[in-house]
Design a protein around this ligand. Structure first.
Ligand SMILES: Cc1cc2nc3c(=O)[nH]c(=O)nc-3n(C[C@H](O)[C@H](O)[C@H](O)COP(=O)(O)O)c2cc1C
Length: 661
């Protein structure tokens, strides 16, 4: 009779207490099928669930634990490893190019077997595979997906929608086999090992099965595409699934004409792959570093990655402008913008700066306590809610020019509930009062700059080809004035404005507050070589620091960043102090009514594109300038040259480039 107790006694190795009912690794692991209590598998190393057979060698587990001085298990040989890595690298999400050829049953079974070998929480194997070949059923399912796809398309700004248009769900119809991979989150009884505190591990397990299936399919020459444009309940009803079964993946599987060399979404410009180095952290989250390499200082690394403008591309852009069917120079500043962006991208024409994404960095300011504005601090959080609900001017302008709005909580005093479009990146609940001490610790300032870099990286990875600065923070024109005074050396009264519209007395008080803060931090006449991060920490806001990082991040990725008003101007001064080359990515969107802004753009050598006496912030002025930036680049792409259009050039004579009409 098979009895765990007797088996334990008879086992030669040390693992007996661990595997009272476990499988026998050391033996052939055949199901015992016998016994009263165990009713299962034999024990490790015992050779049999029965006590009558004694093992002669320790079981696998005990030999591992007793042999720490033995050599490590060898890797597979080169060809085998190469095959594994090849499958991983060449697995592709296939959306089209499916052939009608049937998929061989033996091949399909092998692929499903690979899926079925996936790791699963507590070995619950919570997956099932529903195979659908029926054409009419696939047609109905495609219609469900198409409806959701169309709904999603309506939420996209035009430049995104145009790219999305190419991403169809026809694969449901065109691939001869569809596989629905489901999850039974209740499988495994009440207490599966590992699922009790992390219930979602059932679904994670099924995702592992999907990946196994995908890899095996690639090795078999089969394409697989994962379509998730479904209302899950709607699809479950169509499939007649039991109520407790969840759908994890809907896969379209079949032979394909070719596998693309890179993710389709990358090839179509929808999104970019993030480098591994962005994703590997050493010991602590945020300490990035690849194994064997030094941990990366994100700010230094980003600055080191900012290249000077490409002179060849600049020359090409100037030459090209001169050959376009218009009088040379007739597009004024827009020609300079196109040349600048060619230099930034390193090619002519540069990529069209669309889609565009505006990031509104929101934070509160300790200096608010000094009575520099009549607006209560709560307005910052209230306006964030307004941005997220789509009710602010930035939303209206973004909709008008086709930009996506994200809001970054970098330091709002209130705790904000999660919401779509909100990036919760709070460094602190507002800054400290700069008149009483540094507004931020140096660590906070550094982390805020790093966060700005990361937001730029995220938005660019998600497909943005142009970044737009936005900001929100009651009292942030006071911090801006202090930063601008510190970075330009101008006196507080020259750079301190009326913000949201304060009276003379409040304005005079605000100037004094700025002066007091500058004096306290020895920033009235900044000595050369003072660390820009220290200046940011002393009198800046968390949104200024993050915006400085945002500018650096954009410049390192060679993506243009359109600056809004005085807050962005102050942040750009900090970014330029950290790395002057970052200015190659900056376009001043508009000239704010704030006096400090004029001082900032003058110092930076930037020419604002729009001058409408705006003083709202949020990113509004920059958004209005966005079509100008895009138009400037489109000219290089689309306007004919004298040669191509067969238009005669002006007689060579005395040049008068000022004649434009
Ligand atoms: C959970 C999940 C859901 C997905 N859903 C969709 C989808 O609905 N539509 C789509 O085009 N691709 C979908 N994909 C595929 C991804 O877009 C694709 O894996 C990614 O772009 C990387 O490309 P690659 O798989 O070719 O490397 C999904 C992928 C995963 C992992």
């Amino acid at each position: 009779m098979s009895c765990p107790k007797r088996a334990r006694r008879s086992c030669a190795c040390a693992c007996r207490t661990l595997w009272a009912y476990g499988p026998c690794y050391g033996s052939a692991a055949t199901p015992s099928g016998a016994g009263t209590r165990s009713r299962g598998w034999g024990r490790i190393g015992c050779g049999s669930p029965s006590a009558t057979v004694r093992p002669t060698t320790p079981c696998w587990r005990c030999s591992v634990s007793s042999a720490s001085d033995s050599p490590p298990s060898p890797p597979w040989d080169d060809a085998e490893r190469a095959a594994v890595y090849r499958a991983i690298a060449e697995r592709r999400d296939m959306r089209d190019g499916f052939r009608p050829d049937a998929v061989d049953d033996a091949v399909l079974t092998r692929v499903l077997e690979a899926a079925h070998r996936a790791p699963s929480v507590g070995l619950t194997q919570p997956w099932d595979f529903l195979i659908i070949r029926d054409r009419a059923k696939r047609e109905r399912i495609r219609a469900l997906a198409e409806r959701q796809r169309a709904l999603y398309a309506t939420t996209l700004p035009p430049a995104r929608a145009a790219r999305f248009d190419g991403l169809k769900v026809e694969a449901i119809r065109e691939a001869p086999v569809n596989i629905v991979v489901t999850c039974d989150p209740t499988r495994g009884g009440r207490n599966p090992l590992g699922r009790h505190v992390q219930p979602k591990t059932a679904q994670y397990s099924v995702a592992c099965a999907v990946e196994n299936l995908w890899l095996a399919a690639r090795a078999e020459g089969l394409g697989a595409g994962w379509v998730s444009f479904f209302d899950e309940r709607e699809l479950a009803d169509e499939l007649g699934l039991p109520a407790h079964i969840e759908i994890i993946a809907y896969l379209c599987v079949g032979h394909v004409t070719a596998f693309p060399p890179a993710p389709m979404l990358a090839l179509t410009g929808w999104a970019r792959r993030r480098p591994l180095a962005w994703a590997v952290h050493d010991e602590a989250y945020g300490r990035r570093g690849l194994p064997g390499e030094d941990t990366v200082n994100l700010i230094e690394q980003t600055i080191a990655g900012i290249a000077p403008p490409d002179e060849d591309a600049i020359r090409d852009a100037r030459d090209h402008q001169a050959r376009l069917t218009k009088p040379p120079g007739s597009l004024g500043v827009l020609e300079d913008v196109s040349v600048q962006l060619a230099g930034l991208a390193g090619r002519c024409p540069p990529p069209l700066p669309e889609p565009a994404a505006v990031a509104v960095f929101a934070a509160d300011h300790g200096v608010h306590a000094q009575g520099v504005t009549p607006w209560p601090q709560e307005v910052t959080a209230q306006m964030v809610a307004n941005f997220l609900a789509g009710g602010a001017v930035v939303n209206a302008f973004a909709a008008q020019v086709g930009a996506e709005v994200s809001v970054v909580d970098i330091g709002v005093a209130a705790d904000l509930p999660p919401a779509p479009g909100l990036l919760p990146r709070k460094i602190a609940h507002g800054t400290a009062d700069m008149t009483a001490g540094p507004a931020m610790t140096s660590d906070e300032a550094r982390r805020a700059v790093e966060t700005g870099i990361e937001v730029a990286r995220d938005l660019v990875s998600a497909g943005a080809r142009c970044l737009v600065t936005g900001d929100m923070g009651i009292a942030n024109t006071t911090a801006s004035a202090a930063l601008i005074a510190a970075f330009t050396g101008l006196p507080p009264e020259r750079v301190t404005g009326r913000g949201t519209g304060i009276d003379d007395a409040t304005h005079a008080h605000k100037v004094e507050i700025v002066r007091r803060a500058l004096t306290r931090h020895d920033l009235l006449n900044v000595a050369p070589g003072r660390d820009p991060l220290e200046i940011l920490a002393a009198v800046g806001g968390l949104e200024h620091a993050a915006l400085a990082g945002f500018v650096l991040g954009a410049a390192a990725l060679r993506v243009p960043v359109v600056l809004d008003g005085v807050i962005a101007g102050a942040a750009a001064l900090a970014a330029a102090a950290l790395c002057p080359r970052a200015l190659g990515a900056c376009v001043a969107g508009h000239r704010s009514a704030e006096p400090g802004h004029a001082a900032a753009v003058d110092r930076l050598g930037l020419r604002p594109l729009v001058d409408l006496e705006l003083r709202l912030g949020e990113g509004t002025g920059a958004l209005l300038a966005l079509p100008l930036v895009q138009g400037a680049v489109r000219v290089l792409h689309e306007v004919a040259t004298f040669d191509s259009a067969g238009v005669s050039e002006k007689d060579a004579g005395p040049r008068n480039d000022m004649i434009t009409e």
